[in-house]
Design a binder for this molecule. Structure first.
Ligand SMILES: [Zn+2]
Length: 61
């Protein structure tokens, strides 16, 4: 009853490895096409999202 299935450990370590890469600045950026126009900037921008940690950044075109 109290036994924990071992399959959770690899998943946790795998996520930790991804976060470690992100902390070192090695984000896996992917272009988020949902929003390409930033009203605050008033110009077209490209929003990039990290597929691992979900961090987003905006790059001016
Ligand atoms: Zn990241």
């Amino acid at each position: 009853m109290a036994d924990i299935l071992p399959f959770r450990r690899p998943r946790a370590s795998d996520r930790h490895r991804g976060n470690t890469l992100c902390r070192h600045g090695h984000h896996k950026w992917s272009i988020d096409k949902e929003r390409v126009f930033d009203t605050r900037q008033g110009c077209l921008v490209t929003r990039l999202r990290c597929t691992r940690c979900g961090k987003t950044k905006i790059r001016l075109l």
